[in-house]
Design a protein around this ligand. Sequence first.
Ligand SMILES: Nc1nc2c(c(=O)[nH]1)N[C@H]1C(S)=C(S)[C@@H](COP(=O)(O)O)O[C@H]1N2
Ligand SMILES: [Mo]
Length: 161
Amino acid sequence: MQLRPCLPLLIAILLAPSALAQSHAAHAPSAPPPGRMELPWHADLLQGLPRHAVSMDVHGTRLQCSGVDLVDVLRRAGAMPADPLRGAHLARHVEVRARDGYTVVFSLGELDPTLGKQRVYVTDQCDGKPLPTDAGPARLLIPGDARPARSARQIQTFIIE
Ligand SMILES: Nc1nc2c(c(=O)[nH]1)N[C@H]1C(S)=C(S)[C@@H](COP(=O)(O)O)O[C@H]1N2
Ligand SMILES: [Mo]
């Protein structure tokens, strides 16, 4: 009997179930989507979340602001799972509505830091001060965008569905 050549195969077969279990754990399905959620703007939405210095050129003016990653806001509100998005979550989006009716939309997939490379920040201070009335109470800033068109001012509501 030629046992020796078979040994690596035998080991592979014995190890297979645990390898399979591990790969299943790594791809465990996240909680199912919560359905439509509406988050009206409130200063508490940013309270206690990690802050980032964010700068962006808007029509020749360099804005130096401070804000929170939109993903952190959505995760804490239960609108987005903490783990990499997959399955039904990839069909979801967030609509950011401003007081003047201006509206911009992002897919949750593009916001997931394991998928999209551009960070979207919700900023509430520039140059160390609260935003002026025409921009505040909060404004999106997307430093990776080539134009500031998605940097919605006057944020009123986030609608996630
Ligand atoms: N709420 C709101 N945000 C907005 C807009 C708008 O009309 N309303 N215009 C966008 C566009 S097209 C640009 S170029 C920038 C201009 O920023 P500024 O008004 O601070 O110069 O804001 C963006 N954010
Ligand atoms: Mo613009």
